[in-house]
Design a protein around this ligand. Sequence first.
Ligand SMILES: [Ca+2]
Length: 225
Amino acid sequence: MHCKCIMTTYLAAKANAWNKEFAQAHQVFGNMNNHGSRKLVTCEPGYKLIGDSIVTCNYGQWSGDPMCVEETVSTPPEEQWVSRIRAFSSEWSSEYWSAKQVIGPPNVYPQYLDSPSAWSIGKNKLNSRTEFLELVFTKPVIVKRVDIYETFNSGSVTSLEGLHLLDDNWVILWSTVRAQHIKAARIFSPQLNVTNVFTNVIRINMDASVSQSYVEIDAVQLVGT
Ligand SMILES: [Ca+2]
C-alpha cells in the first residue's frame, strides 16, 4: 500500500525540524524529541486517512498510528448539519427564533420568511454589530466550505472563524469589510481564505445594523474532509 501525506501550511510555518522517521511514512513536520508536541496529519486528494488526524508526542512515541492509504473509490467530502450550539450573542426567545433552531437541516429555506424555525437576533439587537453564533458539528474535518442558510434579512455575515483543534485558537476563515442587506433567501458560501483548519466548531459573526431588522439564519452546513 502506497502512503503519501501532506502537512498543512499552517503547521509548516511553525515547524522547527523534520521528524524524519515519522515523515517517511506520513510527511509531517515538527521536532521529534519535543515531548507533548502535537501534529496534524492530512492526506492528499486520492488518499484516505486511517486513524486519528492529530497525534501527540509522548516520551518519544507518537500516539496512534495514522496512515494515508490510496482510495479505490474516492470519498466525497463530509457534509454535516449543526449538532449543538456552543454559544450565541442573543436570541429572540428560548424557543421560537432561538439559537437551537439552527440545529439540523434547513426547514425554512428556500422560503424568504420571518419564521420561528430559524434563529433570530434578540429583541433589542437591531443596531448590534456584534452578533454571533458558535456552532458545533459532530465530526472534526479540514474545513473546505461553510454553507449558511439565510432566510430573513440576509447579508449580515461579516466573518467566519474556525476553532483550530490543534491549538484551540480561533482562525479567521473569511471576512468582509461591510455587511449587506439582501431581501431574499440564499445559501451563503463565501470563498474561504484559509483551508487548512481542522475543526468541528464554527463561529459566524454578524452585523445586524445594516438591515435594521431581524436577521435570521435557518441552518448551517459544514463541508470538509
Ligand atoms: Ca431551522
